[in-house]
Design a protein around this ligand. Structure first.
Ligand code: SAM
Length: 463
């Protein structure tokens, strides 16, 4: 999960998370009316920068001047005004589709580099490493297999189309914007990261990570709402911002609560749509998530380890549960109307009405490995406070790996844990329980490198 860079771009005004979230809904075969349709608008840039799964914990997410140059190119080629985000967003979406589509070539190329390097060393040394070349052949086949799944992931581009925002580029536009759609190394890393993220969220191999973090969150929900009979849990609404591939939001829905995920990365949105709406049985697909790096591998076969997804059938949800995904930047989707960059009066009132619907709507908000994605943590906490019902609870679990730390051109407020909790109290939360949970994030279970986060956990109540 590696959100990338850079300038914030407004959501289109007048788009309602509340009204549109089921707009492109995909009902499940069971006919329970569970919908994982997408509403709202994803962010036009996969936001930057620190990768919770990465081995460099404070790596910058991208070359800012390169990003700016790319933006300049996009604007120049599209003849965009400085404040026109729509086309940029469309281009961004297409760049991500292009990144997915270039996965095979890019990964094969990297593997081929290993092969040619091997042939550069003396023949007698090659003979000392008899298993190496065979492994490279297997990796090629695994990349092919991954690519077959990527094709399915990208089939469903229509889910992102809204009536005011046609996401399709016609042939001329594609040609015209070819340069702006240039895929960079970091985009390819995001594709590979997305494949790895399936392990955390939707495989048996990800169970340890989920047991460490997701499971206690669901238990805490049960504890806090133990007075609500199981069959009435669907009347409780839980929001999961930064929902990634959607497993935590799904687990909450599967436990009987009405659950709304919110996510702004198209990588995540396309991939979660694939799992939630396009799989119908457990272990339907086999992926090879570890083929992209040979570092810190114990046995040769470990890079080839296959993972079957999904480990549960996402169609099986309790009756009455409302499960949805809202695509868009948490701050923009759930924030005050005046911060939405709305222009016309009609749009303003439209947005105000929609935002009002979102206010004090949720009985619980669950943030898991999310709050440190904030540029301004005060914004996140204020919004969490605002959309919670009075007496509603906020459950948090995660580290404080401030995603925008040291990102040129971005503000980044980097509080310590104590300061985050102080701020929460200032904003009208009562911190009721606090703890710590050790957890890895997207770790390779076979690998020799396993970062462990000492995640801070708490439950707070809106006063
Ligand atoms: C570190 S990941 C955690 C994902 C998931 N909660 C988990 O525990 O696996 C953070 C997620 O938040 C998303 N994200 C970051 N900033 C966001 C924002 N402002 N609005 C919506 N989603 C955001 C990222 O795209 C990413 O999927």
């Amino acid at each position: 999960m590696d959100p990338s860079q850079h300038q914030s771009s407004r959501l289109r005004p007048g788009i309602s998370p509340a009204e549109n979230m089921h707009y492109h809904s995909h009902d499940h075969a069971g006919g329970h009316g569970h919908s994982h349709g997408l509403g709202g608008h994803p962010h036009s840039h996969e936001q930057h920068s620190h990768d919770h799964g990465g081995h460099h914990s404070h790596q910058s997410g991208g070359n800012h001047s390169e990003d700016q140059e790319q933006d300049r190119l996009i604007r120049e080629q599209m003849g965009l005004a400085a404040d026109d985000d729509v086309h940029e967003e469309v281009l961004h979406f297409h760049k991500i589709i292009k990144a997915f589509s270039q996965y095979k070539n890019s990964a094969m190329y990297a593997n081929h580099r290993r092969r040619t390097d091997f042939f550069k060393i003396p023949a007698y040394q090659q003979k000392l490493m008899p298993r190496y070349l065979g492994r490279l052949e297997e990796i090629d086949r695994a990349i092919e297999a991954n690519y077959e799944i990527i094709k399915v992931i990208c089939e469903d581009q229509q889910i992102f189309v809204n009536e005011d925002r046609p996401m399709m580029l016609n042939g001329d536009d594609r040609v015209k914007n070819a340069a702006a759609l240039r895929v960079r190394e970091q985009d390819m890393e995001k594709v590979q990261g997305t494949i790895k993220q399936f392990v955390r969220d939707w495989s048996v191999q990800g169970l340890d990570e989920r047991e460490a973090i997701y499971h206690p969150i669901v238990q805490e929900l049960h504890r806090r709402f133990e007075h609500v009979p199981v069959e009435k849990r669907h009347q409780l609404h839980v929001l999961v911002p930064g929902s990634g591939l959607g497993r935590l939001a799904f687990d909450i829905a599967n436990a009987g609560y009405s659950s709304q995920g919110n996510e702004f990365s198209y990588y995540m949105l396309l991939a979660s749509n694939f799992i939630l709406n396009k799989t119908s049985t457990t272990e339907q697909y086999t992926i090879y998530p570890f083929v992209h790096t040979f570092s810190n591998i114990v046995k040769p076969e470990d890079v080839m380890a296959s993972v079957k997804i999904p480990d549960v059938n996402p169609n099986a949800l309790p009756r009455g549960v409302d499960f949805s995904m809202v695509a868009g930047d948490f701050v923009e989707v759930y924030n005050e109307p005046e911060n939405h960059g709305t222009s016309t009066l009609w749009e303003k009132s439209m947005k105000a009405k929609l935002i009002e619907e979102e206010q004090e709507k949720f009985d619980a908000i669950v943030t898991c490995f999310f709050i440190d994605t904030a540029k301004n943590i005060a914004d996140y906490l204020q919004i969490i406070h605002k959309v919670l019902k009075k007496g509603g609870i906020w459950i948090n679990a995660g580290p404080l790996l401030w995603h925008f730390e040291n990102t040129p051109g971005e503000i980044s407020i980097e509080l310590s844990l104590e300061e985050v909790l102080e701020l929460a109290r200032e904003l009208g939360f009562r911190i009721e329980t606090q703890g710590m949970a050790k957890s890895t994030y997207m770790v390779n279970p076979h690998g020799m490198l396993k970062y462990v986060y000492e995640c801070s956990t708490w439950t707070a109540t809106k006063l």
